[in-house]
Write a protein that binds this ligand. Sequence first.
Ligand SMILES: C[S@@+](CC[C@H](N)C(=O)[O-])C[C@H]1O[C@@H](n2cnc3c(N)ncnc32)[C@H](O)[C@@H]1O
Length: 185
Amino acid sequence: MNFFDLVAPIYDRIFHPALGELCQQGGFADEGVILDIGGGTGRMAQALHTLQRKVIIADLSFPMLRQAKEMETLLPIVADGMALPFCKDAISGVLIADAYHHFQQREHVIQDVARVMKKGGILYIFEPNIRKWTVKLIALMENLLGMHSHFFRIPEIENMVCSQGFQTLETKEEGASIRLCFQKD
Ligand SMILES: C[S@@+](CC[C@H](N)C(=O)[O-])C[C@H]1O[C@@H](n2cnc3c(N)ncnc32)[C@H](O)[C@@H]1O
């Protein structure tokens, strides 16, 4: 059992539902399928669902997804971000919120995102801002807990994602968070 399996029942009480504002550039398509990778309890995904737009949450933790299942509009699946169970060009947008630093093979996750995403699709990555001391403390705590997380700065994420066939639309540093928006070439 990993950390997220343990905290799943109380996760949404600690981290309140909040998608916040997206970047000003780009934006998810009004129709199609949005995939929230490492989407956990659906905390962020719930704000993205509309009648025309379906949101699938792909996560490794069944207990986290069980919480998402309670929100009937969301479609939770147990899946690893680096082996997404979708065919080429099936997805119109991807959200990775507070999960990139938990991926052990992030390059493979982004490669698979590039495979399943339609040309012109939007990828948002939200991460804690490791330039802030509060986030440095969280990083230390996560390492002490043996979570093997690794936090990156904007240029490091940008270089990696762009090497997989995306172009940057916008990057933004906002206090303890960073937000990046990419479009698939
Ligand atoms: C901090 S939680 C973030 C959950 C959600 N995105 C949010 O903002 O509330 C990180 C999630 O990433 C998931 N995760 C970690 N590695 C993963 C992988 N390789 N594929 C899919 N999910 C993964 C964990 O199980 C956990 O639910």
